[in-house]
Design a protein around this ligand. Structure first.
Ligand code: DHB
Length: 311
């Protein structure tokens, strides 16, 4: 079977949406909850609701996607209310509440305080890697600030959470972020968010394809799979074994999913391909991944998870 064990729960399969895709409101979340996905995550919430950046702000391109959404969302209290109702109605179907910040450090802390003070007891994905807020660097590219923020959050927060990371591109950075994260009782890290601030040019019009930030935006899809696999692998090799990894980036096929699992991922998120294909992507990925297990003679994911061969 494709069962995936993650923080004390066994999911039917490891597939989820990646935050930002098909998770803006209760109706979209219900669609995920009743799909073939094993779990799901909500749109990253900020303290107040936001309209986000001007459109066009998400465009499918041949090998992936480019976006600069600007954190459009309905505000933390909306997602928190939805989550509390959902955990009461379906205690056997855990999911992830994504929380971000538009204003920086203090808003991250305030948002986590609001969750701590609420009746929600489930998993939180703390997004330290939104690349699309003009003038605000990604938190997780500042190792000192990340350490300060996690120290502050762990001084009052007692519920399970993990962090969504941006891609890193240097072994020194893999070492540094792992050394920071290993100081804390995080339940997971999610690698990777989009490859930030790429630029795509339309070859007929010689123009950029999204309006915000002069066309610069986060890149997802086929373009990012090698970077995603490297980040999953590098962090699996460096993090405490109690910290699980969610693999995100470039999952279009069962083979892509299998490769993330070989690198050590426990759950798998699909963003660009979910946007392109719709909820049916989860049924297809389950079929394709199961066929790979059967062809290789595996009965469970545990038999090969993290067991990438090297030369
Ligand atoms: C947005 C994009 C991200 O990659 C992210 O992690 C959070 C928000 C956005 O632009 O809305």
């Amino acid at each position: 079977s494709l069962q995936a064990t993650f923080y004390g729960h066994t999911y039917e399969n490891p597939f989820m949406n990646a935050s930002g895709v098909h998770c803006m409101d209760t109706a979209e979340l219900d669609g995920l909850a009743t799909s073939a996905a094993g779990s799901f995550v909500t749109k990253s919430a900020t303290a107040e609701g936001r309209d986000g950046n001007p459109e066009p702000r998400y465009v499918n391109i041949e090998l992936g996607s480019i976006n600069s959404m600007g954190l459009p969302n309905l505000g933390l209290s909306y997602y928190l209310d939805d989550a509390i109702k959902r955990q009461t109605a379906h205690p056997d179907q855990p999911f992830f509440l994504s929380v971000a910040s538009y204003k920086g450090f203090d808003e991250y802390v305030a948002n986590m305080k609001a969750i701590q003070d609420s009746a929600y007891t489930g998993l939180v994905e703390l997004n330290l890697s939104c690349p699309n807020v003009p003038g605000k660097p990604q938190m997780a590219y500042d190792f000192e600030d990340t350490e300060k923020l996690l120290t502050e959050i762990f001084s009052f927060y007692t519920k399970p959470f993990g962090v969504k990371l941006p891609p890193y591109f240097d072994f020194m950075h893999f070492d540094k972020i792992a050394a920071v994260l290993n100081q804390f009782d995080l339940k997971f890290v999610n690698c990777i968010n989009s490859v930030g601030n790429g630029l795509y040019i339309d070859d007929e019009t010689d123009t950029v394809v999204i309006k915000p930030k002069g066309g610069f935006g986060g890149i997802g899809g086929e373009y990012v799979k090698p970077t995603a696999l490297a980040n999953v692998r590098a962090l699996r090799q460096r993090l405490n074994p109690t910290i699980d990894i969610i693999g995100t980036g470039g999952i279009l096929t069962g083979r892509d999913a299998y490769e993330h699992l070989l690198c050590g991922a426990s759950m798998l998120q699909v963003g660009t391909q979910l946007y392109k294909e719709g909820l049916g992507v989860f049924d297809r990925l389950n079929t394709e991944l199961l066929a790979i297990l059967e062809a290789k003679g595996y009965n469970t994911i545990a038999e090969f998870k993290g067991k990438l061969a090297t030369l």
